[in-house]
Design a protein around this ligand. Structure first.
Ligand code: PLP
Length: 421
């Protein structure tokens, strides 16, 4: 079945009213038939709804459908992309462990890994996503995760997924990939051997900038990596907090099971039923939208590349881009999503252009149906000196665009007039 068909149907079998739209089960808790039923649910002898922090029928559709799009075994929806990322780490690592991360990460992921996890005793070590061989010198027997983004935000690089997975598999370490920008429509990291995929659903999944959320999907093969692997002893030994459950012995997808029973239970960053419903609406059109986002970004990138005021354009769909080969290899039909950046001569020029555009909104978000323009040097990277900006690949004349779903000719015309102000 094609991914577009799955995005419309998987996980929902119409309720007793024949409701076409997935209903929003806006409830905190669920009534048990009797004491035995309640006891069976808590003991996992029977699977069912207990409390919305643990499970919810609307969120269940979102999880099942998203897992299917990624080609995974199961998913856990969370209250934000940041919490999905944190759950992936917290499910695998504990104080004294380390995780190995690409340097080219979303800013929130960089601060979470380098600073916040450090406070919990988990060390983050960094490699250049273009040099996966650097990973070899960073891993040891305390390494629990290798983490990277398939299509990086904001640097717009494409990871060589197979090369990184090969190193991780050699050491029997879990790989976790943030697939937010590519989405499962363009790239399915699990099909290249990745173990866990995480997303900010706040971007292309909702698609219209409507809600904050996240999701974590585990691969169908993760049991092979966890079972009897001393690195992940906590999946193989009885969990005293869940009356001695051994996650790899239950016959259910173990990574999500542990995340649900332990992390959702104890940390509670759960998706609200209403937000899950919004993500389901977004998924129905995700495949169509990703085609259009990519087509628009490709056309705008080609226009910018031909403009004399533009020094450089970063878009993996351009033949001139160093990520072009990787994009052709890993992205469906080479489509490279809606994110691009370009560089003009100076901070002053960039400021003028950003202020002169009319169709592009000055916002720090991506993946909206409305186009977005960002000037990193005056916002997200404001505290850095001119030298530091260049060192981290964000020169002061850099402008980032998240291409929306407007007509491409209108986007180009607006950018043309802004460049000529
Ligand atoms: N991952 C990527 C690639 C992102 O771009 C973002 C947000 O911009 C996040 C994760 C964090 O997601 P959220 O804002 O939903 O917590």
């Amino acid at each position: 079945m094609d991914i577009q068909t799955k995005a419309l149907h998987v996980g929902y079998d119409k309720d007793t009213q024949g409701t076409m739209a997935v209903p929003i089960y806006q409830t905190t808790a669920y009534e048990f038939r009797d004491v035995e039923h309640a006891a069976d649910l808590f003991a996992l002898k029977e699977l069912g709804n207990i409390y919305t922090r643990l499970n919810n029928p609307t969120t269940d559709v979102f999880e099942k459908r998203f897992a299917e799009l990624e080609g995974g075994a199961a998913a856990i929806a969370t209250s934000s992309g940041m919490s999905a990322i944190f759950y992936a780490f917290a499910n695998a690592a504990e104080a004294g462990d380390n995780i190995v991360c690409a340097k080219q990460l979303y800013g929130g992921s960089l601060t979470q890994t380098a600073h916040t996890l450090k406070r919990f005793g988990i060390e983050a070590r960094f490699f250049n996503v273009h040099n996966p061989e650097e990973i070899e010198a960073l891993v040891d027997d305390k390494t629990k995760v290798i983490f990277f983004e398939s299509l990086t935000n904001p640097s717009i690089d494409v990871a060589d997924i197979e090369a990184i997975v090969a190193i991780a598999n050699k050491h029997n370490i879990l790989t976790v990939v943030d697939n937010t920008v590519a989405t499962p429509i363009l790239c399915q990291p699990l099909s290249y051997g990745v173990d866990v995929v995480v997303h900010s659903a706040s971007k292309y999944t909702t698609g219209q900038g409507l809600a904050i959320g996240g999701i974590m999907v585990e691969s169908k093969n993760i049991l092979e990596k966890l079972k009897d692997n001393s690195r992940y002893y906590h999946f193989n030994e009885p969990d005293e907090s869940y009356h001695g459950l051994v996650y790899t012995d239950v016959g259910l997808p173990p990574f999500s099971l542990r995340a649900r029973l332990s992390l959702l239970r104890d940390l509670g960053a759960v998706s609200s039923p209403f937000n899950s419903w919004l993500f389901i609406q977004g998924m129905e059109t995700l495949a169509i939208r990703m085609k259009e986002h990519s087509n628009n970004a490709q056309k705008l990138a080609e226009f910018l590349e031909s403009h004399p005021k533009v020094k450089k354009v970063n878009y993996p769909g351009l033949k001139s881009n160093p990520n072009y080969e990787m994009a052709q290899k890993y992205f469906k039909d080479g489509r490279s999503s809606g994110l691009l950046s370009f560089e003009v001569g100076s901070l002053e020029e960039a400021t003028k252009i950003v202020n002169a555009t009319e169709l592009y909104s000055l916002v720090v978000n991506i993946g909206d149906s409305k186009s977005i323009i960002t000037h990193p040097a005056s916002t997200t990277h404001q505290q850095l000196s001119a030298e530091e900006l260049i060192a981290c690949g964000v020169p002061s004349g850099l402008i980032r665009i998240s291409c929306g779903l407007e007509n491409a000719d209108d986007l180009i015309a607006d950018m043309k007039q802004a460049l000529e102000v």
